[in-house]
Design a protein around this ligand. Structure first.
Ligand code: HEC
Length: 260
């Protein structure tokens, strides 16, 4: 057999192998899944403290908050030196940023994507997106990590809460609105029981989202406090200005020829 023919046959074989080896066609997206409003309250310090603890325990192995300094966080969450040390765990200095030691290239090899920095994630995607995303992992044997996500379809991140939430399965309908295969969400059904009750789990994710919202909007609280003073000043100034105006116009009215 001539060499070019042999090469073409080999190439054909490889292509055929790929074609047969790929799993049955996967839908390109999921529709009909709604975002849920996150319980954001930046004045709730206890919630922010719990959220920070969850972040350090469940997320910081992979994700960073590169614009957030530990000491600043301690100050904002009213943590004393001891409490901040406990939160920091193995980190060395409170003046350091909240980063980790995961090399991006290795992460890409392990997960298929690098875990992005989450400093401004709530600003970028919205708090409802983050809140719903963290509760929407489900089992999917087609994915390399074994899970998929109803908000971030085909996500590379493994489910950090598979123990606390418990694992769930998705029920969907297969539809072809414009010729493309689409999975239309119907519901989730739990497969394993979580270590937390569904309510406690939602609270945990709510606190975590609240914490990420605070990190994304570092000056929000200052703005609220300042805003109250600005409005108070405007009210007082209006009263003073009105009193002054009456005082000035008193003379003008008195001197008006028709009034004399
Ligand atoms: C084992 C590593 C790992 C852990 C632990 C982890 N993540 Fe991720 N995360 C990833 C990877 C990898 C991606 C990128 C996914 C992609 O692009 O498909 C990601 C993506 C995300 C995104 C989407 C970012 C974007 O820009 O779209 C958010 C939000 C997120 N993670 C939040 C969290 C939170 C909150 C926790 C803790 C509860 C957490 N992650 C724990 C690896 C991880």
């Amino acid at each position: 057999m001539k060499t070019p023919i042999r090469i073409s046959l080999a190439a054909l074989g490889v292509l055929l192998g790929f074609a047969l080896g790929t799993p049955r066609s996967e839908a390109v997206k999921l529709t009909g899944y709604r975002l849920e409003q996150a319980p954001i309250n930046l004045t709730d310090t206890a919630s922010l403290q719990r959220g920070a603890r969850t972040f350090v325990n469940y997320c910081m192995g992979c994700h960073t908050l590169q614009y957030q300094r530990w000491s600043q966080l301690g100050h904002r969450l009213h943590l004393n030196h001891q409490a901040l040390r406990e939160l920091m765990f193995l980190q060395t200095k409170p003046t350091e940023m909240m980063t980790n030691a995961m090399p991006a290239l290795k992460a890409i090899r392990w997960f298929g994507a690098a875990p992005p920095d989450l400093s401004v994630i709530v600003d970028q995607k919205g708090s409802s997106w983050v809140y719903t995303y963290l509760q929407s992992f489900y089992i999917d044997p087609h994915r390399p990590s074994g899970v998929n996500n109803a908000v971030f379809y085909r996500v590379a991140m493994p489910d950090p809460f598979w123990k606390t939430q418990g694992m769930q399965k998705i029920v969907y309908r297969r539809v072809r609105p414009d010729g493309y295969l689409v999975n239309q969400f119907v519901k989730f059904t739990p497969i394993t029981r979580g270590t937390l009750s569904p309510r406690a789990f939602r609270r945990q994710v709510g606190n975590l989202t609240n914490f990420l919202a605070m990190v994304s909007h570092p000056d929000e609280l200052k703005r609220i406090h300042l805003g109250i003073w600005v409005i108070a000043f405007c009210v007082v100034f209006t009263i003073l200005a009105y009193a002054l105006k009456r005082e000035f116009w008193k003379d003008v009215h008195r001197k008006h020829p028709h009034e004399q």
